[in-house]
Ligand binder design. Structure first.
Ligand code: FES
Length: 115
């Protein structure tokens, strides 16, 4: 059996967090190692539970990042990722990008507001 991909979910919306936990627990080979809406708890679990992947609500991250990170952006893709409709556009520090063409994985720092 292949190793599990350990996932930590960080989102302050209870319903979103609960929905992700439910969905990901059915998705083999993923293993949810934690789900929290608290940044301090997330940082503690990052060290204690060593997740392979962190699903993080980017808008809630403030200040400096503790380490380089990337984020998987989930967007609707009505044109089937043909880069023709623009519905999957994501605002980044480098301008608007298409999740279907330029992502869906972006450097997290590029997704944070300047400031
Ligand atoms: S899904 Fe249509 S442009 Fe990306």
């Amino acid at each position: 059996m292949a190793d599990k991909i350990r996932v930590l979910i960080v989102d302050d919306h209870d319903r979103v967090r609960g929905g992700l936990v439910t969905a990901l627990r059915r998705a083999d080979p993923l293993e949810v190692v934690g789900a929290t809406g608290c940044a301090d708890e997330a940082l503690q679990w990052l060290h204690e539970r060593s997740p392979d992947v962190i699903l993080l609500e980017v808008k809630r991250v403030g200040g400096a990042l503790p380490c380089p990170a990337q984020a998987l952006v989930h967007q609707i893709m009505p044109c089937g990722a043909l880069a023709g409709c623009g519905a999957c556009a994501v605002e980044t520090r480098l301008g608007w990008k298409l999740a279907c063409n330029d992502g869906p994985v972006f450097d997290l720092i590029d997704l944070l507001p300047k400031g």
